[in-house]
Design a binder for this molecule. Sequence first.
Ligand SMILES: Nc1ncnc2c1ncn2[C@@H]1O[C@H](COP(=O)(O)OP(=O)(O)OP(=O)(O)O)[C@@H](O)[C@H]1O
Length: 299
Amino acid sequence: MPLDALDATGLTVRHGDVLAVDDLDLRIGRGETVALLGPNGAGKSTTVSAVLGLLRPAAGSVRVLGRAPADAVRAGCVGAMLQHGGLPGEARVGEVLHLVRRSYGRAGLAGAWPLDDLVATTGIGGLLGRDVDALSGGQRQRVLLALALAGQPPLLLLDEPTSAMDVEGRRAFWATMRDLAARGTTVVFATHHLEEADAVADRVVVMAGGRVVADGPSAGLRSAVAGRTVRFSAPDGATFDRVPGVTGASRLGGTVALATTDVEATLRGLLADGVPLADLEVRGASLEDAVLSLVGGVR
Ligand SMILES: Nc1ncnc2c1ncn2[C@@H]1O[C@H](COP(=O)(O)OP(=O)(O)OP(=O)(O)O)[C@@H](O)[C@H]1O
């Protein structure tokens, strides 16, 4: 049987008095693309750090492709982009990339990703001569991605990898991730961009309070959240909380949004009241709705 890319059992990690990861069980198979979601402080970054061997668990164990985390990193099995990932100062991007690529030339490793292809894939061609200290946030993230990919690792761990990127940069980033996933790379990423998780991940793991509170395909999580939203334009002052099925109402400008457990009853009620329902839109739960409902009360 092929080894899991990641196998955490009873993983418990503390930062001093803070229990950041609490008895977490998580198995990720090779080739999966998995999004780690959850509110601030849920334990996502701590989990990533423990998987990289940067934090020692208080209890439980982690295996990365069958090895202890530090061994897996040393063997070039893991590429990582961390939230506060450092780059050496007073150096040019090309020099740093050269050094990191050279370290993957050692015997027993997969070898460095060919330079031209790596540079083109990560879109850093124009940055090679730049000082590391002079990069913008999004440029820095692209350079960190190139370093993470330099050793052609079978497992990529990405902690909020696109947080500083512009729309175009994010689109290019996820296209690269899809290509890598299609070639068999396991990609695990923590993000607050739920639409990215929805579009890219084939599995979503929702954490809260250091624990996994949901785990499955995005579509499954969305469908587990009962309810739809009915939106339409309505004049100021009109109220709709007493319409059948409605569990909550909000207004943004001229648009009313009604959360409902029974779309048909709500629409019938509105029509019976003579509401014109201009610009009507009925929407299922988004991944954001699902995550909010899952983590509510667990913080
Ligand atoms: N170095 C640290 N020292 C003390 N407590 C820490 C440290 N790092 C994280 N914590 C605490 O551990 C818990 C988990 O934090 P973690 O950064 O893993 O969450 P997260 O899900 O990655 O959050 P975010 O989405 O904000 O990045 C939080 O309560 C946080 O305050």
